[in-house]
Design a protein around this ligand. Structure first.
Ligand code: ATP
Length: 458
């Protein structure tokens, strides 16, 4: 990965939150009840964008490869899973409370927290601060299965999707007839009772993960670890993220999780500064060995050629769908001036854009809406599109620019005479006349083309 050369974020989190709310990407959850802290609901365009992020991940992990299979495991698993994985004993953060301001902080992150009395100071620095000793706090959400709240019925909402993959290792080896190196990929909700959630959808207590566990012969682990670092970084840049805003950070030994012999984070320059977007870990044989020990099942692979059984090592690229969607929005956010007016535009990769094309009659009369609707039906049979006839054309374009629609198709008087429409490009703002029947094919072809952010040229 090239050295990241940027140091200052270009956009504030407030600007991103405002756009997401204004255009219905993300809302505060339980808003009419005053909101529930750090929980969010995705609206129409947010759902479409996040679905596209997940679809691109599936495409890269499964659609374009032969060595990875898909899985959708349950959120609730046997409680022993979390004993074996180490989450019950070790998935904790140290927390401290301030007896004065009643705020709670992560003891290992005080330098990034604000004192409740004086926000310019860190907790513990004000004369009135009265911090408790750190206590270990388990991040797993506990619940009960069945009608009786007794200890035997305790269950946990999964804090990661990975364990559901490890405990299905045997099934996949048997039924999908895979042999190492092979991977199992999963996308789904995870839950962590984070002490200090915040920064919009960057850190929430309920979020979606995109995780893949790649099982390899032990002597190939390092090679595959490096391979997945490159692959995952390329996934972001292929989808338009500017390389200058990405960097790789290797975990020093004291930061490594108990199971990991090497971990590197792909970081993005979020408005809150450089922060983790995805973690890539060499987990060794820790997980399969633990689950074998706790379940009594043999979790190994018998290599016919070598005539021996071994426990595969695991390389794990673990990404967050919400964090990735946030990074794509941040990276795409731009403002410029057009015909004397300021415009906000999301320069999203067309494959990520919630809507690919907007079909707009110039005015709501003279047969234009009818013709535009016909063209819209044709276009949306090939690419996701939207029809909009309300308000001035300028206002409608600005709305599409803000949700990142790459192409605008305008039906005007000339359309009714010669069958052509104008095709407007979101980024260059160039307009060309194209035969209406050719539009759907043109856009489908454009969607398949490689793309790079126009912000790179700027
Ligand atoms: P962090 O250090 O930010 O807490 P982590 O190292 O604990 O993250 P992992 O366990 O490696 O995270 O999870 C993989 C990915 O899942 C992260 O890179 C991130 O994209 C996503 N993720 C983890 N925790 C959260 C959260 N609370 N909210 C949103 N996404 C999250």
């Amino acid at each position: 990965m090239p050295e990241a050369s940027k140091t200052t974020p270009e956009v504030t989190l407030d600007e991103i939150v405002a756009l997401c709310k204004r255009r219905g990407f993300v809302f505060q959850a339980s808003e009419i009840y005053g909101g529930l802290a750090s929980t969010y609901d995705y609206g129409h365009y947010g759902v479409l964008l996040k679905n596209n992020v997940k679809a691109e991940w599936w495409r890269a992990m499964v659609g374009e490869r032969d060595d990875i299979v898909a899985l959708d495991s349950a959120i609730l698993q046997h409680p022993r899973v979390w004993e074996a994985s180490g989450h019950l004993a070790g998935f904790t953060d140290p927390l401290v409370d301030c007896r004065t301001c009643k705020l709670r902080f992560r003891a290992d992150d005080l330098e990034n927290a604000q004192c409740g009395r004086k926000p310019s100071l860190h907790p513990g620095e004000h004369s009135e601060c009265d911090l408790t000793d750190p206590r270990q706090f388990n991040l797993m959400f506990k619940t009960h299965m069945g009608p009786v709240e007794e200890d035997a019925a305790v269950a946990y909402l999964r804090p990661e999707t990975a364990q559901g993959i490890f405990i299905n290792f045997k099934n996949v080896v048997q039924f999908a007839r895979r042999k190492p190196p092979f991977g199992i990929a999963q996308v789904g909700k995870s839950f962590r009772n984070e002490i200090t959630p915040g920064n919009f959808v960057f850190r929430t207590r309920e979020f979606e993960q995109m995780e893949m566990e790649f099982f390899v012969p032990p002597d190939e682990a390092q090679t595959w670890f490096e391979y997945w670092l490159d692959e995952r970084e390329r996934w972001y840049t292929d989808l338009g993220v500017r390389p200058d805003y990405l960097r790789l950070r290797e975990h020093p030994p004291e930061e490594l999780s108990h199971y990991s012999s090497a971990t590197s984070d792909i970081e993005y320059l979020f408005p809150i500064g450089w922060s983790e977007l995805e973690g890539i870990a060499n987990r060794g044989d820790f997980d399969l060995t633990q689950h074998a020990k706790f379940s009594g099942e043999k979790l190994e692979y018998f290599d016919q050629e070598r005539g021996e059984a071994y426990v595969p090592h695991v390389i794990e690229p673990a990404a967050g769908a919400d964090r990735a969607a946030l990074a794509f929005i941040v990276d795409a956010y731009d403002t410029d001036e057009f015909e004397g007016r300021k415009r906000t535009v999301l320069r999203l990769h067309p494959r990520l854009a919630p809507v690919k094309a907007a079909v707009l009659p110039l005015v709501s009369k003279a047969g234009m809406p009818e013709r535009a609707r016909e063209i819209y039906e044709d276009v949306r049979s090939r690419v996701p599109a939207e029809y909009d006839e309300g308000g001035s054309i300028g206002k409608r374009y600005r709305r599409q620019d803000e949700i990142g629609t790459p192409w605008g198709i305008t039906v005007d008087g000339q359309t009714l005479e010669d069958g052509t429409v104008t095709l407007r490009d979101r980024d260059s703002l160039e307009q060309e006349r194209v035969q209406a029947e050719e539009i759907a094919d043109r856009l489908a072809a454009k969607l398949a083309e490689p793309w790079q952010s126009p912000k790179l040229a700027a």
